[in-house]
Design a protein around this ligand. Sequence first.
Ligand SMILES: Nc1ncnc2c1ncn2[C@@H]1O[C@H](COP(=O)(O)OP(=O)(O)O)[C@@H](O)[C@H]1O
Ligand SMILES: [Mg+2]
Length: 258
Amino acid sequence: MIQINDLTKVYKLTKKQMTEQKTKKNMMKAVDKLSLRAKPGEIYGLLGPNGAGKTTVLRCIATLLKPTQGDITVKGYDTVKDSENVRKTIGFLTNEIKLDPQFSPRYMFGFFGRLHGLNEEAIDKRREELFDYFGIKDFEDKKIDELSSGMKQKASLAVSLVHNPEVIIFDEPTNGLDIITARNVTDYLKLLRNEGKTVIISTHIMTEAEKLCDRIGIIINGILVTEGSLAEILEKTDSKDLEDAFFELFKIYNKEEE
Ligand SMILES: Nc1ncnc2c1ncn2[C@@H]1O[C@H](COP(=O)(O)OP(=O)(O)O)[C@@H](O)[C@H]1O
Ligand SMILES: [Mg+2]
């Protein structure tokens, strides 16, 4: 279970970032009083455009960023006060975390397995399962450096799941994957969901949210503007599909920011 209460995250901008973002303000509110709950046996989808604040939210859950305000618990553990227990509970995947280019998927998998306290036998068993499922065996001994972006993504996925975490936090998990592998990944997420795990993903792909997620939260400019099952969101916004619903909300909430 993930519980987020009134999460606000403000970044302090460097001069360079201020120039890049064409702003005179040295603060950037990336997430604004966001609350949500993701339950066991459910895939929660955080849907929003680039820059909406999705990665920031997920990094806060994963203990990599501290909330400016508000708090987050994962399975009851506070992400600031009890970050160690949170890290044991979660599997986190993000585009920004890169595997070491010199090592092979097999090596990295073993390394992270031992880091999580697994013995060699358990690591071998788990690697067999996951490498087989994600089709990593053919390149398990190649250097990460030599792999395509799709292969790297698959290896990162497997590594993030080595300790069979109860709570799965995946930032745009199908990013850069071909449709077959992407399907492979979303099918695996459903499997985890059906095992009773808590899954939260971010995505900007409407159809992915529609097909995969049990509940969807739409985030625009750091604000969670609506939340619910697909049917609930369509009803609330009087829309025929998620894309229509999104643009309805985008018209309202993107104006308010200006
Ligand atoms: N480390 C950082 N320093 C300053 N601003 C940041 C930083 N990381 C993200 N931002 C800004 O915060 C906002 C939200 O970013 P992010 O959470 O990455 O959104 P998303 O994942 O939805 O694309 C963006 O405007 C982005 O430029
Ligand atoms: Mg992001």
